[in-house]
Write a protein that binds this ligand. Structure first.
Ligand code: ADP
Ligand code: MG
Length: 632
């Protein structure tokens, strides 16, 4: 026991502003109380960084060789937590300056405004540092003992109960650094648990550059692997880190590690997972990016660092330019974040481009998993649309099967002389498309047609619009232009002009307003009929989708094109000329129409055509029998 009389504490009133600030801060700024530890630990880490630099630049530094570390101890009985660092410490002047005043004069006004508007501290980022005071969310008293790195500096103890004042008193404290003793409120005793503290540190501070020790055990990883250079990180470390952040066992499909200095400094370590679940596919936004500022986690599940269509990307972004005291809302609408977002997006797209060029097989796999999402990008990311166009893959009429895809660039390089447009057709599958009569003309001409089989394609292609100055044209639409008009003259027909117009009129009379128009086809070769969407009309795929969403949805009327050279049509014409009322005429027209619907996948009740088929077979079998009897 010291015989000296205890020095009388110096009592300081907080700046009036400071008192208000404390009140606001404790009651409304942060929602998660556990972040007080993140703030204290990150202050300790900052102090260690400072003294690290000081040691490099100054000659005389107290405890020059002491280990740079943060130690945490606790005392359950007294409900206290002690966080100690061997950092730069503070002089008395610094104490008053740093823990008694508000650094930025605009801060309070700003916070008050937020409070009256009942908003969280939006755009707080970069404005001021108030992390330390978050300790009063959990503490009813805080003692901070500190000794500056300057060799002749004395040690001081700052203490406060978070009310209107704080005290400063000289103390006996030999070592350099700061010790913060937190006396927990009764309702915050949950934090006085080794396990709890460790898990909070792991959650928020795992990659701080200095060891954080609880009972001599280092809790954190110490090195931030994303801040290391690529050559320093082993492949296994990338994988391990991925497993940790994805809380899973799967290896990543691909990773991307880089750092940028301008227009804003940041490190990024991003991963593309091997597979993607529906929860990601159908989610609205990206949420797997952890945002660090100066190696301290400030936000998990960030939704603002990547556009929605890149929501499969997982990883860490760490910027030295972002301040720490940011709550979730503040990150949004921040200019710095916007800059990082633009830069990140570009890097991801460039990486995909490189992958597509250098590893076709791997990109193919990527496309199988994530293609749908990139298509979303075509419709939403106008800035990067051209880049995205080159990342698209399509099945095509020249593909051998449904798994070999082509690029738009390939397509254009194969375009025939005189070909103005890029042709495509939509359908449920490659199989279904191959049966589409509208494809016949293009096959005969050897013109390549892209097969769009994804549900999203109908929407995407509208936004895609063109590539390399060539328009994308749906071959199921009415206004298709071939290479030249003479190619588009339709199949040879023996029918006269009058006979043609009679049969077309009959079709129209029978189908009435189920079709908008019946016309002589210029494109059909092997099929008798085909339904064609009017220019700018809704494709069959899109109609199906609308019907799925709305049972009562009425599709648009289509044009029926009739192949005048087809034997069925020529026979019908002859029957028509002989007997306008022959029942076979009506049934055949109905059947041809329904066949066309069937091909497009638009026939609502395919079973209904069975009875008519039986009738046709009856008639055909009678005809065959008659032929046989004639021969006998
Ligand atoms: P910020 O860290 O954003 O500056 P804080 O409210 O967390 O804001 O801390 C205020 C200031 O107090 C810090 O800038 C620093 O100068 C000082 N400080 C806090 N904790 C420590 C510490 N452990 N060692 C040295 N200085 C500290
Ligand atoms: Mg701080």
């Amino acid at each position: 026991m010291s015989k000296k009389a205890k020095p009388k504490p110096e009592v300081h009133e907080y700046q009036a502003e400071m008192q208000k600030l404390l009140e606001i801060l404790v009651h409304s700024l942060y929602t998660e109380r556990e972040i007080f530890l993140r703030e204290l630990v990150s202050n300790a880490s900052d102090a260690l960084s400072k003294v690290q630099l000081t040691t490099l630049t100054e000659e005389k530094v107290l405890d020059k060789d002491t280990e740079l570390q943060i130690t945490i101890s606790l005392d359950e009985e007294q409900r206290k937590i002690v966080i100690e660092d061997s950092g730069c410490g503070m002089t008395k002047e610094e104490l008053v300056e740093n823990l008694g005043t508000i650094a930025n004069s605009g801060t309070l006004k700003y916070l008050e405004q937020l409070q009256t508007e009942n908003k969280s501290a939006e755009n707080l980022i970069g404005q001021f540092g108030v992390g330390f005071y978050s300790v009063f969310m959990v503490a009813d008293r805080v003692e901070l003992t500190t000794r500056s790195w300057q060799e002749d500096a004395k040690a001081w103890q700052w203490s406060s109960e978070g009310g209107g004042q704080y005290e400063i008193i000289p103390v006996d404290f030999k070592q350099r650094g700061t010790r913060v003793t937190v006396f927990l409120k009764e309702d915050a005793k949950e934090f006085c648990s080794e396990w709890r503290l460790e898990s909070i540190i792991k959650k928020y501070s795992n990659y701080l550059p200095f060891p954080v020790k609880v009972k001599d055990k280092t809790i954190n990883q110490v090195k931030a692997i994303w801040t290391q250079s690529k050559s320093e990180v082993k492949d296994d470390e990338y994988k391990e880190f991925y497993k940790q952040i994805s809380h899973g066992q799967q290896d990543p499909f691909h990773h991307l590690h880089f750092n940028i200095d301008a227009p804003i400094q940041y490190y990024a370590l991003l991963y593309f997972p091997e597979s993607v679940g529906n929860e990601v596919l159908y989610a609205r936004e990206s949420k797997d990016i952890a945002l660090y500022a100066q190696k301290v986690l400030i936000q998990t599940g960030n939704t603002d660092l990547l556009p929605s269509y890149l929501r499969f990307v997982n990883g860490v972004v760490d910027s030295e330019d972002l301040p720490l005291n940011v709550s979730r809302e503040n990150v949004q609408k921040n200019v710095l974040i916007e800059k990082i977002k633009n830069s990140l997006t570009l890097r991801v797209l460039k990486e995909l481009q490189t992958l597509a060029e250098q590893n076709v097989e791997k990109y193919g796999k990527f496309w199988q998993t994530y293609g749908t999402l990139l298509k979303e990008g075509v419709s939403s990311d106008f800035k990067n649309k051209d880049r995205l166009k080159d990342l698209l893959r399509f099945n095509s009429s020249i593909s051998e099967d449904s798994s070999t895809d082509v690029t738009l660039k390939d397509y254009v390089s194969r375009m025939r002389e005189g070909q103005k447009d890029i042709f495509y057709v939509t359908g449920g599958s490659r199989e279904a498309i191959l049966h589409n009569p509208n494809l016949e003309y293009f096959r005969r001409q050897g013109l390549e047609v892209l097969f769009l089989t994804d549900q999203i394609d109908d929407f995407m292609v509208v936004d895609l619009r063109d590539y390399d100055g060539k328009t994308l044209k749906n071959i199921s639409q009415g206004d298709i232009e071939g290479i030249n008009d003479s190619d588009m003259s339709g199949a040879e027909s023996s029918l006269s002009k009058e006979e043609k117009s009679d049969i077309l009129a009959f079709f129209k009379k029978q189908l009435k307003d189920r079709v908008s128009e019946v016309s002589d086809s210029k494109r059909l070769v092997d099929s008798p009929c085909s339904l064609v969407t009017p220019k700018d009309g809704m494709t069959a795929q899109m109609e199906k989708m609308m019907k799925m969403m709305d049972q009562k949805f009425q599709g648009e009327k289509r044009n029926l094109e009739v192949n005048m050279g087809h034997p069925i049509i020529q026979n019908l014409s002859e029957i028509l000329q002989k007997n306008k009322k022959h029942p076979f005429l009506k049934e055949t027209v109905e059947q041809l129409y329904e066949n066309s619907l069937l091909v497009e996948g638009l026939l609502e009740n395919p079973v209904q055509i069975l009875s008519r088929y039986q009738m046709f077979m009856e008639s055909a079998s009678a005809y065959e029998l008659e032929k046989l009897n004639r021969v006998e």
